[in-house]
Design a protein around this ligand. Sequence first.
Ligand code: ADE
Length: 255
Amino acid sequence: MTTPWRAGVLTLFPEMFPGPLGASLAGRGLREGLWRLDALDMRPFGLGRHRSVDDTPFGGGAGVVLRPDVVDAACAAALAEAPERPLVALTPRGEPLAQPLVRELAAGPGIVLLCGRFEGIDQRVIEARGMREVSVGDYVLSGGEPAALVLLDACVRLLPGIMGAAESADEESFAGDGALLEYPHYTRPAEWNGRRVPEVLLSGHHAEVARWRRAEAERATRDRRPDLWRSRAADPSRTPAGEGAAPLAARPDAA
Ligand code: ADE
């Protein structure tokens, strides 16, 4: 058997793993050996009788910072078995997580994630180890652990054998790299609490359904994520030559 995609997590709270990743498809994949997860407690790498992992920030200010020597020793231990894996530090200072990075990481041998805590991680160990810094959004979590779970979930669902073919096709619909948001979904009953499913979906006309979904996806992207809509319009590979902004498909809400 080939070696499974292998995730290592450096954390002060190893009991947070696998957490939600132990359930559902990721959990089944974990139990079946399709991927592997090792949470490594950084505390034993701490210094002195109290196994201290942090210290006050140079220059003053609130809180404490993870020490570079402690983090470096933990990194060395995590990388000992599979050193070719990229190191990623979860921090609100990082590059925003998006599907192209998820795809890149899922296609590799695995990952080692460093979960920040306190005010942050000493920048020197981030640089010395060539870590990639990643954020899961413009908000501040109490630590990198929930962010690590998000990143792992996004990667694991792309691994071979984790999802069925029907679900995996989904990945294309919101790729976060110029693709569209998804169109809305409906199922039975056709009428619920006075709300009817859009008639076109009951029509059986596949081409019309496809057209409607396309238009809804474009509308959602334009209305909810103008940033994605603009980057799409600026992408020449998605815009017919000379047309400028990508045209909206027929608007279902147009009078
Ligand atoms: N740690 C705290 N907040 C975070 C965020 N938004 N993304 C990644 N790691 C974090």
